[in-house]
Write a protein that binds this ligand. Sequence first.
Ligand SMILES: Cc1cc2nc3c(=O)[nH]c(=O)nc-3n(C[C@H](O)[C@H](O)[C@H](O)COP(=O)(O)OP(=O)(O)OC[C@H]3O[C@@H](n4cnc5c(N)ncnc54)[C@H](O)[C@@H]3O)c2cc1C
Length: 434
Amino acid sequence: MFVFNDNSCSWINDLNLRQNYKVISKDISCNFLIVGAGITGLSAARKLANLFPKERIIIVDSQRAGEGASSRNSGYLVDTTLNDGFTTNKELSRYKTKTDIYELGIKSVKRFIKNYQVDCDWNECGKFFASSNVIDFKILKKFSNTLNKLGFNNKLLFKSDLKRLLGTEFYKVALHTTGGILLHPGKLVRSMIDVLPENVELYEHSTLINWEKNKDHILCNFANSNVKTKKIIFCTNGFLKSLGIKKSYNFPLTLTASMTRSLTDEEYKSIGEPKEWGVLPVRPMGATVRMTKDRRILIRNTADLLSPFKMNKSELRKRSFIQKMGIKKRFPDLPNDIIKSTWSGIVSRSGNSSQIFEMIDKNIYAAGCYNGSGIGVGTLFGEQIALMASNQNSYEIETINSRIKPNRLPPNPFLNLGIHARLFYERIRARSEI
Ligand SMILES: Cc1cc2nc3c(=O)[nH]c(=O)nc-3n(C[C@H](O)[C@H](O)[C@H](O)COP(=O)(O)OP(=O)(O)OC[C@H]3O[C@@H](n4cnc5c(N)ncnc54)[C@H](O)[C@@H]3O)c2cc1C
């Protein structure tokens, strides 16, 4: 199956079009093949190339590199998350492991930015978990207690502070945490492509169709050629399942976001000229909303179980309408036609919000399934799975391996029925926040 995407993502369209790219057209033999050139795959390729500067390292993607979820996300490099099922006191130690992994992820991205002098609109402004529903104070208070126990700076805020800080009267209560970072995902990922070392060969529009493990190699079939590799690393995240990787442990979800044009001086003044900010929802299906550095508003308020291979335009229009309503609720005075583009991306989920990071068979490795934390965790997992595939160990690998592992999912049709029911229930619970 070929990955097909809409071409309307603002983050990607902010960048210059990359002109030259190679497609796999002849048979290749190599020691390392990486499948998927998003944040995870690009980080794995960079790490392997630095470890083995003389080795031929091949990385392939079904579409243009970085144009999957990696550049289609909302640009939150997270230190903490609220909606991941690990926030009760009973599970404090599990939540701590999760945040330890987030911290290592932030460190990996910071190191990358510093080493390669990357400009990706990095802003250490933290983030708000915000709600328009005062009842959610209870959830936020409990979350604040959890964060206090783990030493994360946080502050509860109410309507008047929020109006001043966010430029909208929509939110009634919020928890601000200081550790998160906002960035431009397109710029970050483009730099990961640009700095790939010379011994990395990147092939785009090159879909892995089939693969088979033989005695001492793995044979991978592409449209017009084969790659014979000693080791393979699957970094296809939302497409792990369709390639048969850990297929009873993860499933793809389609997330859709919209971005407005930049607000005019007058519009910006009318909302009180707030600084750049990012809001995450308190209830799982609520909206992620962000004011960018250049005064654009991003909103993501849908998650659907759809085929990851189809980006249906009429479905996209429906979701764009939901996002228009979301912006209208928060900024009633902005014009109706302010949304400039709407796009979807595929993420991978597990039943218990844990990630995939392992050798799934001898010489076969996989990393992914980050839900909404793939910027940091994807960078970390990409680098560390490369180390693991080189038979090395690290403090990071030990920390990652101390996490709770993804649990086994029920087979279909029960799985899809369960996911649809859960999404429906969460949409009802979050209806005021969409
Ligand atoms: C709308 C949206 C908002 C999000 N917001 C955030 C956020 O704010 N913060 C955050 O940290 N995360 C966020 N995420 C999640 C984040 O984007 C992902 O976790 C992250 O990009 C995963 O990176 P990856 O490299 O593992 O996967 P991807 O970027 O999905 O890369 C996988 C690549 O594999 C390729 N591929 C698939 N099948 C094949 C095949 N058969 N052959 C060859 N190539 C193949 C795909 O084309 C794709 O490019 C969001 C995601 C979306 C969609």
